[in-house]
Design a protein around this ligand. Sequence first.
Ligand code: 5GP
Length: 361
Amino acid sequence: MEWCVSLPKVELHAHLNGSIRDSTLLELARVLGEKGVIVFSDVEHVILKNDRSLTEVFKLFDLIHILTTDHTTVKRITQEVIEDFASENVVYLELRTTPKRNDSIGMTKRSYMEAVMEGLRAVSTVDVAFAPHNVDAGSLRESLPINDACDGKRKRIYVRLLLSIDRRESTAAAMETVKLALEMRDLGVLGIDLSGNPVVGEWMTYLPALEFAREHGLYITLHCGEVPNPKEIQAMLDFIPQRVGHACYFEEDDWKKLKHYNIPVEICLTSNVVTASVSSLDVHHFADLYNAKHPIVLCTDDAGVFSTSLSNEYKVAASAFGLGKREMFQLAKNAIEFIFADDGVKQDLRKIFDLATKKQD
Ligand code: 5GP
């Protein structure tokens, strides 16, 4: 495990509200319990439970959103989540979150995202390069090589944002999120994710907003094939998104199409097994895709909800699929090619990995 922690890593599929520390969720629940908004003893075991079906996961998200959807808390969880990823040597993080409205406290999708940005700026334990053209990014490049975890130097992490459309949303609400993403491009928003309960909603509802996003140059990643839905899977693949997440219920034609378009897959091993989207790691599609040299990247999905970390996902993959350090290192490094940030960032990341290779030799 220690080796997996020291390995530089790229995280491309992490939901903000799924990545919160249990200790923070419990603290927030206790406060709301004291205010009489919730009954703490009713939610404590829900937060601490380890095994969850996909349906239970979405019930938990509804609870998490009650606990977190105010500006101060959004700022706090963003800060903590970034610090947690950096502490295990994630050197590039694409963090996704669903901009939310909460009329009772005057929260708009924009003010929600402003709170996220404040959280980013508040990170103090590591240096964060978050905007494509900001001063931090410039100075970061000049001070390369960076992220030398072993020599006690201060850590640095690139953070970029993806805005999620929740499958419960209408076309108009999805469009609002895309427009917000476009307005926030200079602040490091690179693209759009489609997520939320996969048994809710219709592909055609989101398609206009996703097409608009693409026309305006935003990158797109879709949660695809989390439940059996052959028609939707084919429609999503025909859209040719830049990446897909999960791909658990693909049939032969879906694999053919995915490979034909060479669409990278964000693989979330623990999440897939815990939610029983895949019955066990023995039959997980990681092995086939890896052997076929199809682009894949290991990700956490929801490190808090599934009690995992990116280092743990690498450890799980190594032991389940019999991969050695060399293969794991290459797998981690390959992820650079599938990030949505620009070539300058890719070059910097390659340097970080090259430096780590030299250290190993
Ligand atoms: P948030 O967007 O609120 O920061 O992060 C939590 C949200 O991400 C959930 O409410 C849900 O919409 C989405 N999400 C998190 N994990 C999953 C997952 O495994 N599958 C899908 N489809 N959506 C997820």
